[in-house]
Design a protein around this ligand. Structure first.
Ligand code: SF4
Length: 214
C-alpha cells in the first residue's frame, strides 16, 4: 500500500461528511449510560443501524438499569427488541447478561475485553467497540466493513476478522484504533460496499489493489 493510514482516513472522512452516521448521533446523546451502549452494540449485530436506533429508543424508555432488565420478562424484551436480527436469541442474551452482571460483576459492566467476552452475546467486535466508546480504552472493532476494505486496498491480507484485528493490534498506531472503525463503517455502507463497490467515484481508488487489478 502506498498511502499512510493517516492520509487514508483523512480522505475517507472528507468523503463521509455527506453521509449519515446514525450510530454516532445516537451515542452522542447517551454518553452517560454504559448499559445502553452495551445493549445497543449487542442489538446492532446483523441489523440495519436505522432499525437498531428505533428499537433502542423504545427499549431504553423502559430499560435503564440491570434491575430493569431483571424485572422485565423475556417475552416482553422480545417484543421490545423486535425486529432486530435474531431478536429471540438477543432477548435471551439480555436476560442472562443482567443476571451475570448482577451476580458475577456486582452490577458493574467490565471495562476490559477479557471479562466482556464472558458475557452472553458479546463477541470480540462488541467488546472492542464497547471499551473504546464507554471507557476510552484501546479497542479495535473489526467488522465486515473494516475487514473488507483493508483487504481490498491491500493494507493487509487476511482471511478472517480475527486475523485482521490481530494484524492491526500489532501494526497500527493506537491513536487510530477507535477511528478506523467509525470511518470505514460509513465508507463501507456508502462507497466500498460488499457488492458493487462504487470504485469510479471512490477517492482512494488510485491506492487500491482491488481497483488496479480489475
Ligand atoms: S476503489 Fe473500490 S474497492 Fe477500492 S476502496 Fe474504493 S470502492 Fe473499495
Amino acid at each position: 500500500m502506498k498511502i499512510s493510514i493517516a492520509k487514508l482516513l483523512n480522505i475517507i472522512d472528507i468523503s463521509n461528511s455527506g453521509f449519515k452516521h446514525p450510530l454516532e448521533d445516537f451515542f452522542k446523546k447517551r454518553q452517560n449510560n454504559n448499559l445502553h451502549f452495551l445493549i445497543f452494540i449487542i442489538l446492532s449485530a446483523r441489523t440495519k443501524d436505522e432499525t437498531t436506533v428505533v428499537v433502542c429508543q423504545r427499549l431504553f424508555s423502559k430499560i435503564n438499569t440491570i434491575d430493569d432488565i431483571l424485572k422485565t420478562s423475556q417475552k416482553e424484551i422480545q417484543k421490545l427488541v423486535y425486529p432486530v436480527g435474531f431478536y429471540k436469541t438477543k432477548a435471551k442474551h439480555l436476560k442472562l447478561l443482567a443476571i451475570i452482571l448482577k451476580n458475577k460483576f456486582n452490577s458493574k459492566i467490565p471495562d476490559n475485553i477479557e471479562n466482556l467476552l464472558t458475557l452472553p452475546g458479546v463477541g470480540r467486535k462488541t467488546a472492542n467497540l464497547f471499551v473504546d466508546l464507554a471507557f476510552s480504552k484501546p479497542g479495535i472493532c473489526v467488522d465486515t466493513h473494516v475487514h473488507r476494505i483493508l483487504n481490498r486496498i491491500g493494507y493487509l491480507n487476511t482471511n478472517t476478522t480475527f486475523e485482521t484485528e490481530m494484524y492491526l493490534r500489532n501494526n497500527l498506531d493506537k491513536k487510530y484504533w477507535g477511528k478506523i472503525n467509525s470511518s470505514l463503517v460509513v465508507y463501507g455502507q456508502n462507497i466500498c460496499k460488499p457488492i458493487n463497490p462504487k470504485c469510479l467515484i471512490c477517492k482512494i481508488n488510485r491506492y487500491c489493489s482491488y481497483y488496479s487489478t480489475r
